[in-house]
Design a protein around this ligand. Sequence first.
Ligand code: SF4
Ligand code: SF4
Length: 376
Amino acid sequence: MALENQLSAARQFCMISPMRSPIYFIAAAASEGLPRLCGKLERLIAASRVLDLVSAGDSVAVKLHFGEAGNTGYVRPELLRVIASSLKARQAKPFLADTNTLYQGRRQESGEHLKLAREHGFTPEAVGAEVVIPDDTKPENAVAVDVSGRFIKTAKVAGLFAQADAFVGVAHFKGHLMTGFGGALKNVGMGCATREGKLAQHSDVSPSIDVKECVGCGQCVAACSAQAISLRADKAVIDAALCVGCAQCLAACPSSAIEVRWEQGGNVIQEKMVEYTRAILAAKKGKAAFFNFCLKVTAECDCLAKDDPCIAPDVGILAGADPVALDQACHDLVLRAAGRDVFKAAHPKRDGAKQLAHAEELGLGRRDYELITVSQ
Ligand code: SF4
Ligand code: SF4
């Protein structure tokens, strides 16, 4: 398809003007404390009117990440309560939801995942909405969505996201081992996929061992939930046929001896991810809004089971109806605040811009945005 036709389709799909996408921003820092942050979020919602897209009676899927055990970067329940209250004030029916992970951890299975979410404060009483993690062992909880993308023909997504009348994405904007950075697009594309869908997105990315660097400690063997790694002659060996590409071994290795074959698969995962994003959002024309929290910007995502140090100063909270423009704006503001490309520094072989470019090609939005600052 010619570029002009693609852009035309993009405008039609996203129902946004041919001008730059408006992105609303309020400066904030985690150190201000939650009561003040909640007040700022209320002002952002009021000024941006991004939640006006819901109608009375709409079921609204609020997609977020409840944080892995030990992680401290996730968006706090007090802030989700502000969003849920705003939706309920519009007579909508919000619920908070996430899907289970591919990798080993407490978020791998619905029962334990829900228990962890409660331990992190995400109870229905605290957030003012139902908290749901679909049981992905039940086929009826998944739906297949035709995408006809470059890589994904049919996306396998959690049915509750596909079936909701409206969608609100709430993401912690941070770095990511596999995609350079993660924000609104990743929260939807990877976060709404079933385990099968996540596997399809990861499956081209199989790591390899640098035997010169491997010290045979076995930590990667323990981290691999797919039992794809074994030790032979005190060196790790990966069975590519068993590997699901979850990247947990990369995080576990103390010697940086495990590498992803980025050139073959590193960008493909981003392109698959945004094709999954399209699978969810195609049915939400004019009924989707996104919040990115550029607070406690870390090198890795909230799946990391520890307190990951910040790699950039806090920036604030951003909101908009265009997830591409929103991620681009967050990326730009974080780099400006840090004075350097902290995502490239953390993940030198990743180019997070690939997800933005492919999302724009698919008509999910545009990278050109107008930043509208909301007064403090
Ligand atoms: S080898 Fe690494 S990437 Fe593959 S499944 Fe095991 S932990 Fe995940
Ligand atoms: S964790 Fe790293 S150093 Fe240890 S066995 Fe695995 S590849 Fe080798």
